[in-house]
Design a protein around this ligand. Structure first.
Ligand SMILES: [Zn+2]
Length: 321
């Protein structure tokens, strides 16, 4: 049997050792090259688009020769007002892509030797940046599988039997339960959404799947609606998981990763942030066969394209105010 990709040397092209050995200037150059890919790392003014600037090297700042605007490599990106060194930031991204089932913020903070809250916000910024690669707005095509996965809202049964309630009843359920509905192309992209019920997936398919596609779904009755728009392969999981090419194994693999991420790394996730973890797992799934170096540079590139985060910029300052 061929060696598994993740065990091969080609899957490892970047290491912490390498990042720290190369030093701060090299790490800084990586960010410049990713931010200004068209000019091979030469600064372009974010305000007026002029490509000539004075380089204030001591402060790693630029002054635009046309409009005199002062800016840095991270101005206007998700890393705006960063305090971490570029080596630490690159190391953080390396650790982040190495965690194939995600990474808890506690572990992240220990590995990076930063405060928990710093690690938490950084991880969420990285998830926000990679979400732009997951949600591109392009419709899915070919063979597209759909399914849902319930996350959160566990109601712990009371200790004494007499105190226990019927947890199947709606009134006794938690209002924190959500469904991640995922659409996944075989050999292609994975696009997850957070909803209140699995049946909302039909409307999501209408918006995100090409009419030329063939869909695949399990036996749940709400998927019957899909037949109005597509040719749909159905597989009854109480009979078989795969039958003559009819299956939902691709989307199930995605849920497998998401569940392991949530139970193994995060333990509990708030409904408010569930979409971030769902996107992170989708990104890991879609990039699982790339080397860790490729993935790290991809994240740097996405972060350099991602605008200043509305959710995470000044997060703790805002809380304190
Ligand atoms: Zn300018």
């Amino acid at each position: 049997m061929a060696q598994h990709f993740l065990l091969s040397a080609t899957s490892r092209t970047l290491s912490l050792k390498e990042i720290y050995k190369a030093g701060e200037d090299k790490a800084y150059a990586v960010f410049c090259k990713m931010r200004w890919a068209d000019t091979d790392g030469e600064a372009v003014c974010p305000k007026c688009g002029h490509d000539k600037s004075y380089n204030i090297k001591s402060r790693r700042k630029f002054e635009c020769k046309a409009c005199k605007h002062h800016f840095s490599v991270t101005s206007g990106t998700i890393f705006a007002s960063r305090k971490m060194d570029f080596t630490d930031l690159l190391a953080a991204i390396c650790l982040f892509v190495n965690g194939s089932k995600g990474m808890s913020s506690v572990q992240f903070s220990r590995d990076l030797d930063v405060q928990y809250k710093t690690a938490w916000v950084l991880a969420h910024k990285l998830r926000e940046a990679l979400s732009n690669e997951v949600h591109t707005g392009e419709v899915l095509d070919g063979e597209v599988e759909i399914d849902g996965c319930y996350v959160g809202g566990h109601v712990r049964p009371k200790n004494f039997e007499i105190d226990r309630v019927d947890r199947r009843k709606k009134a006794n359920r938690s209002n924190r339960r959500r469904v991640v509905v995922a659409l996944r192309e075989r050999f292609g992209r994975t696009v997850p959404f957070v909803t209140m019920s699995e049946s909302e997936g039909v409307a999501l398919a209408n918006e995100n799947v090409s009419r030329m596609a063939t869909m695949a779904a399990d036996e749940a009755s709400h998927w019957d609606m899909l037949h109005a728009g597509w040719e749909v392969d159905r597989i009854n999981h109480s009979e078989a998981y795969s039958d003559h090419g009819k299956h939902t194994n691709w989307v199930e693999s995605y849920f497998s990763r998401l569940r392991r991420m949530i139970t193994g790394q995060h333990h509990h996730v708030s409904p408010q942030y569930l979409h971030q973890y769902a996107n992170h797992a989708a990104w890991l799934e879609d990039n699982r066969r790339n080397s860790n170096g490729e993935n790290a540079f991809q994240i740097v590139a996405s972060a350099m394209l991602a605008p200043v985060s509305r959710n995470w910029k000044g997060y703790w300052q805002r809380k304190a105010a």
